[in-house]
Structures are given as structure tokens and as C-alpha cells.
Ligand binder design. Structure first.
Ligand SMILES: Cc1ncc(COP(=O)(O)O)c(C=O)c1O
Length: 411
């Protein structure tokens, strides 16, 4: 049958990460490619007790349809947590429960983007946001980013050139993919520039509570006095991603639109899951669990940084994140990390090439590494293999007549 797909599907491509994950299922492959939290810290026992108590004491309510906005005790918990940890002044009515923050991104597209609108984003930026927004056919405008966040003069310059800038999308804490965190000065400057140009800020913040070094910084939303910041949060990295619960926090005039959009998308997030989560948060110790997660990620990040310092040539640059799950590597200009990946596959190690994280392409010499999902020894072995593959690729570039080995896997 000749299916006439919607025009928007023409711009949508298969996720490189998803394709890669297929390959990394082979047990001998060390995958530094994924973005999975460490499953050994999922509190399965406590969540089992929480869901059992909900079904026993409140089963009919838990299995019934409920409101789009979400389970009130959960909305209260989230507002209190944000205000305490991130310096915001969010009321429970300003919180919409979503099917994790990926849905928050999709709803953002539905609510704010028309075809041709401009989305300003960091370069690199979160791949899932690129695909969520791409469905609404915007034009991506990348803003150069350094270790302190977006370069604000570059943001301003681009905003002045844009005809239809709608939103600035940022991941200010331990960004996926770069691991970078915005300084306080840049956060303030962003709010000021967004006010002057009258654009919405989308603050996507899954990682700020996964900080294992340094001082917490206030959320961008807490610095914004005229209510133009939409905050996306999630339980995926502080508890478990399979729960699929997150939230949008925004002023009522904006949140109402998200509620309407969510009604059309899925009516509401699973009542049972929300109630299980609220019971878990009331009766068990999220913070004790999170402390263990941070400790493990600190050790794993240290192992990766040490291995990179030891194994990589001196002209390889990489970030040293103080939280989150990822670090970002820049190889010398001219090295193509897609080619490196092909060599890596023959060494049984995988990573994600950096180019897909730039919506307009380029930066072929970059790559993302994940350290959250395996013990230190395996991380070190993974980096050793990666460095060996890099040496092989560089040697091949110096001796181009050497035959290139037959590749059996394509990504
Ligand atoms: C920056 C960022 N935003 C959003 C998400 C989506 O997470 P979830 O839908 O599990 O909340 C991720 C997942 O890795 C992410 O890194």
C-alpha cells in the first residue's frame, strides 16, 4: 500500500542511539553509549511495598481514570521539593504531572511551535529534544556554548537576526550530552536577554539533583520574575526511568495550554504509578537512595576521567562534570567519530558520535561517553579499548594504503 505519511515524518530519522543499542546488546561489548541510570539503585523492594499498599488501601481509585493535572499529593511534593532545592516559588497548582520529561518536551512543541518558528538551543543539545521539537517543524538555531553555558552575546546576536524566535531550550545542569553546567551569571543573563526579546525559556532539568561535587546552583526558573520559564522535571534520574513520571512547572497561563495538549495526548499519566510514587515518597527515603547513587556516579566519573587522562593523546579534550551521567570528548579536528565508532566496534566498545547532538550537523570530531551504568573496572577497560581504536584510526590516516578491515556492523 502506498501510505501517504504526514509531511512532518520526512524530517524524522531513526535515533542513532537506538540503532547503537541494538549492537551493544552483545555481552562482550562495553557500551559507553547509552544513558542508563545504574539499576542496582532502583529501590525495587520499597516500590513493591508502596504499590502493594496503594492497591490494598486505595485500589479502586488507583485503577480509575483521574485528572489530567495529576495526583494532588505528588504535585504538592514536587512544588515543595523545587522550592526547597532549586529556590523557586512554585505552587502545586503550577505543576502538571507528565509521562516523564520526554512528554514535557513533546507538549512544549505542541503548545509553542508552528512550522518555521525558531528554537534556540545549545550546541550540542539533548537529542531527544531535537526529535521531539522536530515533529513540529521548527528551525533550529544553535548558540555556541562554552564551559559556563551559552555564550550570551552569541545568543543575543542570533535573537536579533531571528524573525520568529519562540523559545530558548536549555539543559543548565550537567547537560546531556556535554556534562556542562551553566554558571550563575549566565543563568541571570539568559533571563535578562529572554525578557528583552520576549521569548519563553524551556529549562529541562533532569540532573541537578544528581550533583556529586560542588555547590548547588539555583534553577533558571527561580531567577525569572516575569514567569516566562517552563521547567521540565523528572523522576527518571533520581529514582528510576521505567516509572515514566515527570512534570512541567509553569505559570497558570502557560500551564493551562500544556494541560489541554496533554488531554489530547494521553488523558493523564497512569494513576497507579502516580499513587505508588506518592506513597514511596511519603514512606521511604528517596534522599538516602539518591546519596548512594551520587556516591557511585562520583566514583565512576572519577574512573573515567582518570582513564581518559592516562590513555588519550594530549590533544584530546574532555569535560569533567560535577554531576549527571555524561562527559563530552573533543578529538583533534579532522578525526571523524563515526569512523572511529566503526573501528571501536571491532574492539568491542561503543560510544555515541557527537554530530547528531547538533541539530544542524557538523562537529564530527566530538563524542559522548556515559559512565553511570557500569563498575569502574569496566569503564577503565572501555576507555582503554576506545584509546586503542583511536590510535588505530590515526595510524591508518598516516598510512592510507593499509587495507581497511572489513566491517561487519554498520551503525
Ligand atoms: C536533558 C534530558 N531531557 C529529558 C530527558 C528525558 O527523560 P525522561 O523522559 O526519562 O524524563 C533526558 C533523558 O535522558 C535528558 O537527558
Amino acid at each position: 500500500m502506498d501510505v501517504r505519511f504526514a509531511r512532518r515524518m520526512a524530517g524524522m530519522r531513526a535515533s542513532e542511539i537506538r540503532e547503537l543499542l541494538k549492537f551493544t546488546e552483545r555481552p562482550e561489548v562495553i557500551s559507553l553509549a547509552g544513558g542508563l541510570p545504574a539499576p542496582e539503585f532502583f529501590p525495587t523492594h520499597d516500590l513493591n511495598a508502596a504499590v502493594t499498599s496503594v492497591l490494598k488501601e486505595n485500589g479502586r481509585k488507583a485503577l480509575q481514570y483521574s485528572t489530567t493535572e495529576g495526583h494532588p499529593p505528588l504535585r504538592r511534593w514536587i512544588a515543595e521539593r523545587m522550592n526547597e532545592r532549586l529556590g523557586t516559588c512554585v505552587r502545586p497548582e503550577e505543576v502538571l504531572i507528565t509521562s516523564a520529561s520526554q512528554q514535557g518536551l513533546d507538549l512544549t512543541g505542541r503548545v509553542l511551535l508552528d512550522e518555521g518558528d525558531e528554537v534556540l538551543c545549545e550546541g550540542p543539545t539533548y537529542l531527544g529534544a531535537i526529535s521531539a521539537f522536530r515533529a513540529y517543524q521548527p528551525r533550529f538555531v544553535e548558540v555556541p556554548t562554552d564551559d559556563d553555558g551559552m555564550v550570551i552575546v552569541e545568543l543575543e546576536r542570533r535573537l536579533e537576526q531571528c524573525g520568529r524566535a519562540k523559545l530558548v531550550y536549555v539543559v543548565p545542569d550537567f547537560q546531556n550530552p556535554s556534562g556542562r553546567t551553566w554558571s550563575l551569571a549566565r543563568r541571570r543573563a539568559l533571563v535578562e536577554v529572554a525578557r528583552r526579546h520576549d521569548v519563553v525559556i524551556i529549562e529541562d532539568n533532569p540532573y541537578s539533583e544528581v550533583r556529586f561535587a560542588g555547590e548547588h546552583l539555583p534553577a533558571i526558573k527561580s531567577l525569572d520574575e516575569d514567569g516566562r520559564t517552563v521547567f521540565l522535571g523528572t523522576f527518571s534520574k533520581i529514582l528510576a526511568p521505567g516509572i515514566r513520571v515527570g512534570w512541567v512547572a509553569a505559570p497558570p497561563a502557560i500551564l493551562d495550554k500544556y494541560v489541554l495538549a496533554k488531554q489530547g495526548a494521553d488523558l493523564h499519566t497512569s494513576t497507579l504509578t502516580q499513587m505508588m510514587l506518592a506513597a514511596y515518597l511519603e514512606h521511604f527515603d528517596l534522599d538516602a537512595n539518591l546519596a548512594r547513587v551520587r556516591e557511585a556516579y562520583r566514583a565512576r566519573r572519577n574512573a573515567m576521567v582518570r582513564a581518559l587522562e592516562r590513555e588519550m593523546p594530549p590533544d584530546v579534550r574532555f569535560t569533567r562534570p560535577s554531576g549527571g551521567l555524561f562527559l563530552w570528548v573533543e578529538l583533534p579536528e579532522g578525526v571523524d567519530t563515526r569512523k572511529l565508532l566503526e573501528v571501536c566496534l571491532t574492539h568491542d566498545v561503543a560510544f555515541v558520535p557527537g554530530e547528531p547532538f547538533f541539530p544542524n550537523g557538523g562537529h564530527a570530531n566530538t563524542l559522548r561517553l556515559n559512565y553511570s551504568n557500569m563498575p569502574e573496572a569496566r569503564i577503565e577497560e572501555g576507555v582503554r579499548r576506545l584509546a586503542a581504536a583511536l590510535r588505530e584510526l590515526l595510524a591508518r590516516a598516516r598510512h592510507p594504503r593499509e587495507p581497511v578491515p572489513e566491517l561487519t556492523v554498520s551503525v
